[in-house]
Structure formats: C-alpha cells, structure tokens
Design a protein around this ligand. Structure first.
Ligand SMILES: Cc1cn([C@H]2C[C@H](O)[C@@H](COP(=O)(O)OP(=O)(O)O[C@H]3O[C@H](C)C(=O)[C@H](O)[C@H]3O)O2)c(=O)[nH]c1=O
Length: 183
C-alpha cells in the first residue's frame, strides 16, 4: 500500500497493493493496522459502508455532516470512473476553502482519505460508476449540509460545462461557501 500526499496535507491518496495473476487480481481494500500506521497515525474506526451507482454526468455533492456527526471518509470507485473532490472547511486550516481533485476508477483502484472537516463530492465520468466508501460516523440527516458544486469562491475545475451536470433536487439548492457552516 502506497500513501501519496496531496496539496492539502491531511487528504491522502492511497494505492493498494494489487496482486494480479491469470485469474484476475486480489487486493486488500482496507487493513486497519496498515491504515492506522500509514494514513491516520491514530486509532480510526469506520461505522458505515456506503455504495452508490451513478450515470454519466451525475454530480453528488458537495456534502458533509456537522458536529457531532462529522464524518471522515475513505472513498473508492469500483465500476467506471469519477472525478472526486474534497474541500477544506476547517476555519483554522491554512488551506481553508482549497480543494483537491483526483480521478478514482475501477482501473486505477486508488482511494482517497478525506478527514472530518471537509466537504466531499464527485462527478461521474463513465457511463456508469459505482462508488464505495466507509465513514467514521453514522448518517445523520439533520446534520447534513451541502455547498454548491460550482461555488465561485471555491472555484473547482470539474472539467465539464453546466449543461452536462445531473444534480439531485437537494443539490440544486446547496449553500454558497461563504454562507456555509464551517468547522
Ligand atoms: C448519505 C446517506 C443517504 N441515505 C439516504 C437518504 C436519501 O433518501 C438517499 C439518497 O441520499 P443522497 O441523495 O443524500 O445521496 P448522495 O447524494 O449520494 O449523498 C452522498 O454524496 C456524497 C458523495 C457524500 O460524500 C455523502 O456521503 C453523501 O451525502 O439515501 C442514507 O440512508 N444513508 C446515508 O448515509
């Protein structure tokens, strides 16, 4: 397992070791000891596994839960490809308002570690994409918050125009960054 830094120090790219042979491949998608040793450096417990399927152009996000239900997430794409984004919402962080974007795919098998204090979202690049992620806190609908995918303060380069984006009704009414509840 290789851990790669991003421009936001606490957000890490993880490349699991993949064992390929003439049957296909095997990899440990998550190993508690290795993850705590190489990624977080502390005890890290996940309590929920999520799985979503999206068609091309679907953008889910930017979402987060506020305290006491703030979630850290370990995310990966197991079918197709997505452009995955984390946005720093920590008021004491030197990278507040900055974002990290990475392509996650069934092909590259990369994972992204997104600590508490970040908004998260992804854009579906392939015809369909299936997205799996572990969270460190349970879902709490009352604690859910959303920031507009095209907020002009954060200014994420999604690589597509507005016309190609498919949003949930909820995501059409997300907050601006400047109006958002931060950490
Ligand atoms: C997130 C979640 C949702 N739900 C229910 C609530 C709705 O009835 C239905 C769809 O929820 P939603 O439209 O919020 O799903 P996404 O747009 O994929 O939301 C996710 O999008 C981005 C990518 C995230 O990082 C978050 O984990 C999460 O907010 O599933 C649950 O029952 N449990 C859950 O943990």
């Amino acid at each position: 397992m290789k851990v790669i830094d991003t421009k936001i120090p606490d957000v890490k790219i993880i490349e699991p070791q993949v064992f390929g042979d003439d049957r296909g491949f095997f990899m440990e998608a998550w190993n508690q000891n290795r993850f705590e040793e190489l990624v977080t450096g502390k005890p890290t417990q996940f309590v929920q596994d999520n799985h979503s399927k999206s068609i091309k152009g679907v953008l889910r996000g930017l979402h987060y839960q506020v305290a006491p239900f703030a979630q850290a997430k370990l995310v990966r794409c197991v079918v197709g490809e997505v452009f995955d984004v984390a946005v720093d919402l920590r008021t004491t962080s030197p990278t507040l308002g900055q974002w990290v974007g990475i392509k996650l795919s069934a092909e590259n098998k990369r994972q992204l570690w997104i600590p508490e204090g970040f908004a998260h979202g992804f854009l579906t690049l392939s015809d369909t994409a299936e997205f799996l992620y572990k969270t460190t806190e349970f879902y709490s609908s009352n604690s859910e918050r959303g920031i507009k995918w095209d907020d002009n303060t954060i200014n994420i380069d999604w690589g597509v125009g507005d016309s190609e984006i498919v949003l949930s009704e909820k995501d059409k009414f997300n907050s601006s960054f400047n109006g958002a509840e931060l950490f």
